[in-house]
Structures are given as C-alpha cells and as structure tokens.
Design a protein. Structure first.
Ligand code: CAA
Length: 465
C-alpha cells in the first residue's frame, strides 16, 4: 500500500536574531556565521510561545488548508526534544488547543504519543504511522505527525549560533500527493552516546560539539550502508559496476542543525560511496592530495578524533574535496535547495530535516525542475544517538501542494530582536502577558500552573484573534 506525506504545514515564530548583529555582539567574524555555519537569521519564540503552541499552530494550518475534520484523523504524534512535562505528552496539549476550535472531545476517537530521541524522533514517528496505515489499523483515517522544537543553547557557548525554533505538521496517508515512502528499505543504527544531551531540569543541552558533528557523520553513514544493502536486496535500486547508490538518488535531505552540516554530511557520504569507484582517481587528481587514513583505521571515534595529524589532514582533504567539480555538481543538483530554509530559520532539532524537505520542494519547483518520480534519500540523525536512513518518491500530484509553498509568506512579517531583547528573552526575563509581538490567529500560552499541587504545571492556551 503506497503511504507517505500528503501535505505539510509550518509554523515559525516571527522574532529572529540577525547573525551579523549577533556576531558583532559576540566578537565573532560575521563571515564565520554566514559561511562557516551558514546562518543569517535564527527564529526565536516570544514570551507567550512554547513548543506545544507552535505544534498546534502548524497542525491547525494543516487541517484548515486540507479541510480536515477531527474525524479524518486517527492518530496524532508529536516528536520533540523540548518536552514540557515528564509525563504528560505534548500531543495532549495540542489536542486541548485544537478542541478549542473543533469542539470539546472532538479528537477523542484518536490516539498518539509524544516521541523522544533527540532530532531523529520525527522520522521514527513517521515510520510508525506509515506502518499503522500499511497494517490497515487506521480505519480509513490519516495520521498527523508534528515535529516541534526550540533549539536553545547557553549564552556565550559555541552552540549559541545554531539556535532556532519552529514546528512542521505532516499529513500521513495512503496514496499521498507529495511523497510515497519506499517500503522495506528504512534502516536504523543506535548506540549509547553522550554527544548532546539535556539532563532533567536543564533548559539547555550539554554538548560535545566536534564529537557530535563527527558522530552524526558516522552514524548516518552506517545507516546508509544498511539502506544500500536493503535497496539492492529488494531491487529498489540496481547498480552497474561503476555506479554508486548516490547516483540513483535524485535528492539528499539530511538533518540540519545548521546549513553547513548538510554540506559536510553530503561530502562525507560521497567520499565513502565514491572511494572504490573508477571516478575516484580523477577526483584525487582534482583534490591534489591523497585521502588521509588514521593511524588506527579500525579505532574508536575517540581514538580517531585524538589522532591530531589525521584530523588536520582530513579537514584539509575534506575542504579540497568540497571544492571539486564532482562534489559541487552533486551538491547543487541534489542538496542546495534543501538548505535554503535552514539559513533563515536556524536549527529546528526534530523539524530541521523536514523543513529541509519543505525547502527542497519549494526551491526546486521555483527553478522549474520537474520533480515527478524523483527519489529523495533522507538521512535523519538524533544525538544520543540514532540515525535513520529512508527514501521516498515524489508523486505526479506534487504541484497541487508545492505551487502554493512560499516560505517568506508563510512565516509572515518578521521582527528583528536587538541583542538586549534577545538576552532578556533567552534568560526568561520576559513576562508571558507582555509579549514583544501581538499575536494574530494563533494559539498562545497565557498561564502556567498555580500555587498548589493540584494545579501546578497546568498550561493554559488561548486562540488569539
Ligand atoms: N570565515 C569563514 N568561515 C570561518 C571563519 C571565518 N572568519 N572562522 C571559522 N570559520 C569556519 C571554520 O573553518 C569551520 O568550518 P568547517 O566546518 O568547514 O571546518 C566553521 O566555521 C565552524 O567553526 P569551528 O570549527 O571553529 O566550530 P565552532 O567552535 O564554531 O563550533 C559547532 C561549531 C560544533 C557546530 C557548534 O556550533 C556546536 O557545538 N553546535 C551545537 C551542536 C551541533 O549542532 N552539533 C551538530 C551535530 S549533532 C546534531 O546534529 C544534533 C543537533 O541538532 C544538535
């Protein structure tokens, strides 16, 4: 049964920090953020916004634009790493908000959970819901998967310029208009790691930055190896001797903690895929140096990272590889459009790869490229750590949806924060009932908890007209 993403809707908060203002305030060269990280604007939530109301706003847009009634929806999952409660799931808050519009109890027939595994959990949520439909447990109903997060790092930390916020709601159903997931090839990898984590009670994560970058590359590559094996075994993809599986995948969309990470992930995958092919000789000529190998090629990630000579040589090689005509052509054709949104929104954790998909569709369509039957390979990564690689094919009906996509219009008029306002917001000094912006046609948070055990932690939201 063909199952996949039928439509998607986004919600991005209108406040943002400009990367130049930020760089100047922090004494960083603005070129580092523009080119080294790939960020121009980072979306920030107002004092009356949280991940649940962003999720509800994206979901309401999705339902309204598709004229969906609660009865059409059998499951609603929210994937997030910005949980609001240790027990109560974020989708229950979302249901509460939506029932303010659709009526008390209108979603009672449905089900769903909050999913957590850092940035990869949205992909697991999509996979589980696609299988719920494939198993025909859905009673003709669709599922909605929402990914919603606030990427917030400590003031003054290296993660601070990889922040962002937003939500994406995706409609998952049979015979979808946008993308059908390829069956029997989804591949995962999992390992206990501490590259990025947020212990109970902390608002910001503890991050081992370079380790997390490297682990991301390795884990996605491993999941990709397993995807390749399955794709060949199931004959989804057939390869000639001098072909790589990346030649047969039209687009590559990966987790985007920041724009540049997408480029690095593509470079890592292509090096891995091309190394054994005849074209590698020409590539090495263009690079102008041999590919370095670590002293202990079978060593652990830690031992390889500690191999300073190798790491230095490998960085030089990677940068030169990324300047070759081979890399540039694949990058422009298969990835560049998926990175546009990341540069003006920032990290969305669970949502970042799906904002990338949204960006890919919109910006490739604007180039007048025919997307019908094009295969997209997805490389999803969650710290902690797990990676999921899967693929899907764009359907002939995609234009119905994609023609109306307009990122700037959908975000709406944005408002730049000055550094003082940003620090006030970041330090949670703003008051919920004194937001910076007036809200219009959206859910906002109006109250948290009370003074008694009975009502502590209760969150109240209203739809503000
Ligand atoms: N002009 C142009 N480029 C410059 C420059 C300048 N003046 N100065 C530096 N740069 C370049 C550097 O050369 C480097 O480029 P390459 O990556 O191509 O080598 C780039 O800017 C980044 O600079 P640094 O290597 O000095 O890195 P940093 O100390 O700024 O840290 C980071 C970068 C590790 C990503 C940090 O921002 C961080 O810890 N972020 C949070 C963790 C994270 O996002 N990890 C990603 C993988 S884990 C994950 O994906 C899960 C998740 O969502 C968090």
């Amino acid at each position: 049964m063909p199952v996949g993403i039928d439509d998607m809707a986004i919600y991005v908060p209108k406040l943002y920090i400009d990367s130049k203002d930020f760089a100047i305030a922090r004494g960083i060269d603005p070129h580092k953020l523009e080119f080294g990280i790939g960020i121009y604007k980072m979306a920030m939530v107002d004092t009356n916004q949280d991940p649940a109301c962003m999720a509800a706003n994206a979901c309401l847009k999705l339902m309204q634009k598709n004229d969906l009634k609660p009865q059409d929806i059998g499951r609603m999952y929210v994937a997030t790493e910005s949980a609001l409660d240790e027990s109560k799931a974020m989708n229950s808050f979302v249901i509460g908000m939506l029932e303010q519009i659709y009526g008390d109890g209108s979603f009672e027939h449905a089900g769903g959970i909050e999913c957590k595994f850092a940035c990869v959990s949205g992909s697991y949520a999509l996979y589980d819901n696609a299988n719920w439909i494939r198993a025909e447990e859905n009673n003709d109903r669709a599922a909605i998967v929402i990914v919603s997060d606030i990427a917030k790092y400590d003031l003054g930390s290296a993660g601070e310029y990889t922040q962002g916020a937003g939500a994406i709601a995706m409609l998952v159903k049979e015979n979808p208009r946008l993308v059908i997931f390829d069956p029997k090839v989804t591949s995962t990898i999992i390992k206990n790691e501490y590259d990025f984590y947020r212990p109970f009670g902390r608002e910001t994560p503890l991050v081992n930055g370079n380790y997390s970058n490297y682990l991301y590359l390795i884990q996605v590559k491993k999941a990709f190896d397993s995807y390749r094996e399955k794709a060949i075994k199931t004959k989804l993809i057939q390869l000639q001797e001098d072909e790589s599986i990346t030649d047969k995948i039209d687009y590559i969309s990966v987790h985007l903690p920041y724009r540049k990470m997408g480029e690095k992930a593509l470079a890592y995958l292509l090096r891995h895929e091309w190394r054994c092919l005849p074209r590698w000789k020409q590539i090495i000529e263009e690079v102008g140096m041999d590919e370095p190998t670590p002293k202990d090629p079978r060593g652990t990630i830690e031992s390889i990272l500690a191999d300073k000579d190798f790491m230095k040589a490998d960085e030089t090689f990677r940068k030169a590889f990324m300047r070759t005509s081979f890399f540039k052509q694949v990058f422009e054709q298969k990835m560049a459009s998926s990175l546009e949104a990341s540069a003006i929104i920032g990290n969305l954790y669970t949502g970042s790869m799906y904002m990338g998909l949204r960006s890919l569709l919109e910006f490739e369509y604007k180039k007048n490229i025919d997307l019908e039957n094009k295969r997209i390979g997805f490389g999803s990564y969650g710290s902690g750590s797990s990676a999921m690689v899967f693929s899907g094919v764009i359907q002939s009906t995609y234009k119905e949806i994609v023609k109306d996509m307009n990122l700037e219009r959908e975000i709406g008029e944005r408002s730049k924060l000055d550094m003082q306002e940003y620090i006030r917001l970041h330090s949670n000094e703003g008051k919920m009932n004194e937001p910076i912006l007036n809200s219009n046609n959206e859910f906002v948070l109006v109250k948290i908890g009370g003074n008694t055990d009975y009502n502590a932690g209760l969150r109240e939201y209203v739809f503000s007209n």
